[in-house]
Design a protein around this ligand. Structure first.
Ligand code: 475
Length: 795
């Protein structure tokens, strides 16, 4: 550590010509980022050496998104340097906390799927497993959200400006990726050869982000590819005097890694998205195959040494790409290549929403990736033939990979992977019984469940140091190392002093959040009120609208019916995909309610609504420890798992939710008495849907719903009214907010009453913390290791 301090001083002298006492915070930040990165690079060298020597099996985790969150705190925490650096900097008048704030959130993801990938990288590294992540170095991550007059506006997130110091450019490992052109089949005495001509080559430049582990010697790598035009600009065009055209093609090449698509459902039909997917999967596969070949001088044992995990279908072009490399570059026959391929890939599905299952039209796909297309077509032909042979031809409408001139990527993944998993018990059941039921019949045992988990070291250890310190002292077990030991807390469920201590810690976190709320929205909130939190992407199926409708109900009851509820602060934070009109309208509705309540001297004594802009990992880290109620109110059957629900529980919030996704397992863990469940079950939702859900009947038959919706129509602050949303709720809403309203409203009342019994509430909160062990990413990744990957720790 002495060294670390010396390194900081040296860096400041060398790069900025400053002593530490002359340095700016910005300079200290850069020094810390670079030195930490270099320390990790050294550790990486050692752990990689062991990995090479052991020749053990490795996992490559392919994901279009990794929502890594800030790295500096995480790395210093994991390396065990945090306290010493804090003191060293304090001696020179700097606050480490302020330095941490300089780092931008690397927003290389949209939401749950991307954050899950990062939680898993962290957990696997802490547990010494060999994993390497691959993704794209988006120049612009998820947009910055600014709320202006209640409307979401999107601004570019130029995270590399300050974020680049954590990256190491590996110019020695550049790779070329080819697009467009034509393939020619050539027969010779040695058999069929594919010649690929007139293609456009693009360079993939690798940038490595080191992933540290907690109290471990292992350092893993997340490799991010950046696209570059080959050779600057097109010399042929340049010589012909077509300067601007030559620059144009350069701009197109580099646009591939320009930005992250900001939709967490799927934007079908975008050529740039296809290029992004192929760009990063091809570069990664070429790298993986080369590494393997350099080590073993053969690819025959590829599947014994390599697992490639595909995080949803976005990286599914890995599959035909491996086939292409094996056949076109290493001269394997189809059958041999297929045998290797089908033993290499494992696929996780994260969604059953039909519109989010990726499909590409052949007309769009084929010209961009002609060779990859012919391989997919051949996989499909052989699959269809096999289905005929086994008597499953009748189900090909559901199962064929290419159907009505559309390529169904999930089907490609299922046919080609040795393992397919869902992300919660309920989700996996729905995959098996409904979404992919024919596949489940012809591939018995291929579908398995691995319930999601979260990196508790970040979401408790770092986000809530107050609670962590307290539990450490109280329990005397190292639950940061092993979260399952946190269940020792159950011994204190009737200990008044402990329950009060927990309440006091919650209040400290509420106070901190209240200060943040005041500074960012100017709204003053009462920390004695219930902090009721719904934070997640904005989606109709997640039903922020149901929450808003209930708030409007309360508003009306307080204003006109003398209702005096226990004070509550409803906290929302959510980004809407930029083209998602309804989602943006819902944000506007929530912001308008917030404004109307603030302007009402009576109502604002009881309820407040806060919409915090720019939801991101670092904001979640502020909100979650302060929450009393965790709103997980998706329509049953729609949320594959949820992971925010686990983070909130871990920090002592009590779930108010439907029987959906991992809520079901939270319910099983804490028991009926420590959770608030409401609403239709997923079977009941299905039933009602089949029998023609008629929202208007709920409006006509339920006085509260009628009055609330009528009142919603009168909420007209200036130029906006919400007739549009009211009409939707009483007519087409497929997520059936009205069907669950009565049950939600009643359960909200129970939440309110329970909260006032402080002893009871604190005990519920304690049980939630104590039972959160199974939701650790350590447990989840251990299941991947044992059930799917069959890998061992680095020796
Ligand atoms: C589920 N993102 C959560 C979480 O398993 C679940 C889709 C298309 C393009 C880009 N991003 C996406 C998702 O589908 C996604 O985030 N899914 C979420 O994955 C982790 O907990 O229920 O909605």
């Amino acid at each position: 550590m002495d060294n670390f301090a010396t390194d900081i001083k040296k860096y400041l002298e060398k790069i900025f010509g400053n002593t530490i006492d002359e340095a700016s915070e910005r300079q200290i930040y850069q020094a810390l980022m670079v030195i930490t990165r270099d320390r990790l690079a050294e550790k990486r060298f050692e752990s990689n050496k062991k990995l090479k020597e052991s020749q053990q099996k490795r996992v490559y985790y392919m994901s279009m998104e990794f929502l890594v969150g800030k790295t500096l705190r995480n790395n210093l925490y994991n390396l065990g340097y945090e306290d010493e650096i804090k003191h060293f900097l304090a001696k020179h008048g700097f606050s480490l906390e302020r330095i941490y704030n300089i780092e931008p959130d690397p927003g290389l993801g949209n939401g749950g799927l991307g954050r899950l990938a990062s939680c898993y990288m962290d957990a696997l590294t802490s547990n010494d497993y060999p994993i390497m992540g691959f993704s794209i170095l988006y120049e612009f991550g998820i947009f910055k959200q600014v709320i202006s007059d209640g409307w979401q506006q999107e601004y570019p997130d130029n995270w590399l400006d300050l974020g680049r110091y954590g990256l190491l450019y590996r110019n020695d490992e550049e790779i070329e990726v080819k697009f467009y052109g034509n393939t020619k089949e050539e027969w010779s005495s040695e058999g069929l050869h594919i010649r690929y001509e007139d293609y456009t080559a693009i360079k993939a430049e690798p940038y490595d982000l080191f992933i540290s582990g907690y109290d471990s010697d292992t350092v893993n790598v997340l490799r991010l590819w950046k696209s570059k035009a080959t050779g600057g600009f097109n010399m042929k065009l340049f010589e012909k005097g077509e300067y601007s055209k030559s620059l144009e093609s350069e701009a197109i090449a580099e646009s591939i890694s320009k930005l992250l698509y900001p939709a967490d459902d799927n934007d079908n039909g975008k050529a740039l998205r296809i290029k992004q997917q192929y760009f990063f999967t091809s570069a990664s596969l070429q790298q993986i195959v080369k590494n393997h070949y350099d080590t073993y001088m053969t690819l025959d044992n590829f599947a014994e040494k390599v697992v490639i995990h595909i995080n949803d279908t976005h990286p599914s072009m890995c599959i035909p790409e491996l086939m292409r490399i094996l056949m076109d570059e290493y001269e394997y026959s189809w059958d041999k290549a297929w045998s290797i391929t089908t033993k290499t890939f494992a696929y996780t599905n994260h969604t059953i929403m039909a519109e989010a299952l990726e499909k590409w039209s052949v007309d769009l796909f084929q010209p961009i990736l002609p060779r990859i297309y012919t391989i997919i077509r051949e996989i499909n032909n052989r699959f269809c033939k096999w289905c005929n042979d086994i008597g499953a031809a009748g189900e090909l409408d559901e199962m064929s990979i290419i159907h009505n001139n559309v390529i169904r990527m999930a089907n490609l993944c299922i046919v080609s992977s040795y393992s397919v998993n869902g992300v919660s018990m309920l989700h996996t059941e729905i995959l098996k019984k409904d979404t992919f039921k024919s596949f489940n019949r012809i591939y018995p045992g291929k579908f398995i469940n691995v319930t999601n988990g979260i990196a508790h070291r970040r979401w408790l250890g770092q986000a809530n140091p107050e609670l962590t310190r307290y539990l450490n002292k109280l329990l005397g077990v190292d639950f940061i190392k092993d979260l399952s030991s946190i269940d020792k807390l159950l011994e204190y469920q009737d200990d008044k002093a402990v329950l009060e201590d927990l309440e006091n810690i919650k209040n400290i976190k509420k106070l901190q959040l209240a200060e943040y709320i005041k500074s960012s929205t100017a709204i003053k909130v009462d920390t004695n009120s219930i902090f009721d939190v719904q934070i997640k992407r904005l989606h109709e199926y997640k039903r922020q609208l149901l929450n808003a409708l209930h708030i409007i109900y309360l508003y009306r009851m307080i204003k006109f019916n003398g209702l005096k509820p226990y004070p509550r602060t409803f906290i929302f934070s959510a980004k809407a995909s930029s083209g998602y009109v309804m989602a943006k309208n819902i944000i506007k509705l929530i912001c308008s309610i917030s404004e109307i309540i603030e302007a009402d001297p009576i109502v604002r004594e009881y309820i407040k609504v806060v919409f915090l802009e720019d939801y991101r990992v670092s904001l979640a880290e502020k909100i979650i420890p302060a929450a009393n109620v965790s709103e997980q109110i998706s329509q049953a059957g729609k949320e594959a798992s949820g992971t925010g629900n686990m983070k909130l529980m871990l920090n002592g919030a009590v779930t108010l939710g439907t029987m959906d996704g991992a809520n079901v397992e939270i319910h099983n863990a804490v028991g009926q008495d420590n959770i608030f469940i409401f609403g239709l079950s997923s079977e009941e939702v299905e039933e009602l849907f089949k029998n023609d859900y008629r929202a208007i009947d709920y409006y006509n038959n339920n006085q509260d719903i009628k009055e609330t919706i009528d009142f919603m129509r009168t909420l007209d602050n200036g130029h906006t009214n919400f007739n549009y949303i009211a009409d939707y709720l009483v007519s087409t809403d497929p997520y059936m907010c009205l069907a669950d309203f009565e049950s939600y409203k009643n359960t909200q009342k129970i939440v309110e009453d329970t909260y006032q019994d402080k002893g009871k509430w604190n005990k519920m909160s304690l049980v939630n913390i104590a039972k959160s062990g199974i939701f650790s990413a350590d447990r989840a990744t251990k299941e991947y290791v044992e059930k799917i990957w069959k890998i061992e720790k680095i020796k």
